[in-house]
Write a protein that binds this ligand. Structure first.
Ligand code: HEM
Length: 229
């Protein structure tokens, strides 16, 4: 069976040839990503301010306790909408593939910088896919429990004992999302040349060849057969 056009998203293409630059994210996807990131940071800061009295001072960033309490769930809904838009664009390329297993087993080689020993990959590696699905699952938990404890608009949605459980699950899911967030940002900085994918939208040909060779091969093949793409 041919493996045509399954590793790349619309808009991915080899941009220039001397030097080789490859388009990885369109402007609209980058905007979508940074809105999501901004929401996450606001949620993190406002959420921490409710977590423990010693962190209450963080409400000062949002104009006081009442405003923070009002704002936090609203930003949560914006994050859900924004992440959903990212999700529809990216879920297919984040589906697990056979090479992900081998890549994960050989992750030690990757950390040593011996990436040549690893299998060739499409647009995302297993780590990125874990971040994607982990965030997706936790965001569902966060929004579900968040609505259950949103007293201002849904005061009688659940009983008090259920609400107590929902508060605990909400906080635990938030800790999980923060850990994934830290791993995501660390990996983006650690893998040199990655940040520009989300700032300028392009990566170098060398970066694409080293980290996502199947994706690059597919784009090269596509443009070779149809130079207008
Ligand atoms: C300030 C914080 C953040 C930075 C610096 C950052 C950076 C990046 C970079 C550089 C990429 C491109 C990686 C690549 O294409 O190989 C990326 C992709 C992505 N980011 Fe972020 N990001 C941040 C926050 C977030 C947040 C909060 C979320 C979700 C809640 C998120 C979700 C994603 C997703 C879904 C992708 C696509 C790749 C994948 O499936 O893992 N990012 N990010």
């Amino acid at each position: 069976m041919t493996e045509k056009r399954i590793y790349s998203a619309p808009g991915d293409k080899i941009e220039t040839k001397h030097p080789v630059l490859v388009s990885r994210y369109r402007g609209i996807t980058r905007l979508n990503h940074w809105v999501t990131a901004l929401c996450m940071i606001l949620l993190l800061l406002s959420g921490f301010s409710f977590f423990h009295p010693s962190l209450f001072w963080l409400t000062g960033l949002f104009g006081g306790g009442q405003t923070t309490r009002w704002l936090h769930p609203i930003v949560g809904l914006v994050l859900v909408a924004s992440f959903l838009l990212l999700f529809v664009q990216m879920w297919k390329l984040n589906l697990p593939r056979r090479e992900d297993v081998e890549w994960s087993l050989k992750i030690g080689d990757m950390l040593k910088g011996d990436e040549d020993k690893l299998p060739e990959l499409g647009k995302y590696n297993a780590g990125q896919k874990l971040v994607f699905w982990g965030m997706s699952a936790l965001i569902i938990v966060l929004v579900t429990t968040g609505i259950m404890i949103w007293e201002q608009y849904f005061p009688h949605l659940v009983s008090i004992p259920v609400r107590r459980v929902a508060v605990a699950v909400h906080a635990l899911a938030a800790v999980g999302a923060i850990l994934i967030f830290i791993v995501h940002v660390y990996a983006a900085i650690w893998t040199r040349g990655t940040i520009r994918a989300m700032t300028r939208g392009t990566v170098t040909g060398g970066w694409a060849f080293r980290h996502h060779r199947k994706w690059l091969r597919e784009l090269a093949g596509r443009q070779h057969t149809d130079p207008s793409k």
